[in-house]
Design a protein around this ligand. Structure first.
Ligand code: CTP
Length: 208
């Protein structure tokens, strides 16, 4: 199968030296890309800026912003058998991105932000019935309710729910524990384990 995986954060530039980002390490997406390559699939990994090395046997496309990630994903999506969006894509970017370094003044600073494209929502709207679409939901409260709502709004075959308020799992950690929810209402709990183990199990369930 051809599997497209996104991973890591995006960076949205404010000026020549500053940007808005988030705490995503890319480890979960990289583990999924690695597990898919090990299982013999053709893997395209679209990665935001991270400090970890890409897994062997994976075609890695490095991007910075949400807009660049959208372009890379859409250009690889047409013949994909599965798309797994593990990236923590910024929902907003500065309206103006200054070429020079902004100088401080005495007063407060307000930076106006505009929405980025919701890549997964676009993929869901254009859904090819032969392509398995998987999203991630990083939640801190009303976990199931928020994840199922996200799954419906984005027309996903599976959503991977991550409770990011639990210590020791999620952002930056080498361990994770997730709940998989299928379009037809199956709920699969994957208990705390190395991200490589969680990645292989996610693929076992979603790629059938
Ligand atoms: N996603 C995306 N494009 C964006 C934002 C998110 O493709 N601009 C994808 C992520 O890769 C992830 C899923 O959508 O698979 C996360 O859903 P989202 O609704 O963005 O979650 P949150 O950012 O937590 O949003 P909310 O504020 O609605 O909880």
């Amino acid at each position: 199968m051809k599997i497209v995986v996104s991973a890591g954060p995006t960076r949205e530039r404010i000026d020549a030296v500053r940007f808005i980002t988030n705490f995503s390490s890319g480890k979960m997406g990289y583990a999924i890309a690695g597990a898919a390559a090990t299982a013999g699939h053709q893997v395209v990994l679209v990665s935001g800026p991270v400090t970890i090395a890409p897994p062997p046997g994976v075609d890695t496309i490095r991007v910075e912003s949400a807009a660049e990630m959208a372009t890379a994903i859409h250009s690889s999506a047409a013949d994909a058998d599965a798309i797994i969006m593990a990236a923590a894509v910024a929902d907003y970017r500065p309206v103006k991105q200054l070429e020079h370094k902004m100088k401080k003044t005495d007063g407060n600073l307000t930076i106006e932000l505009e929405r980025t494209e919701d890549i997964l929502k676009t993929l869901g709207e254009q859904k090819n019935p032969d392509c398995i679409l998987v999203g991630f939901a990083a939640e801190t409260d009303n976990l199931m309710e928020n994840a199922i709502d996200k799954q419906k709004r984005k027309n996903l075959d599976w959503i991977v729910l991550n409770d990011v308020s639990r210590p020791g799992i999620g952002f930056g950690s080498d361990q994770n524990a997730v709940t998989l929810i299928s379009r037809d209402g199956r709920i699969i709990e994957l208990d705390s384990a190395a991200k490589s183990v969680i990645a292989a199990k996610i693929l076992e369930y979603v790629l059938v």
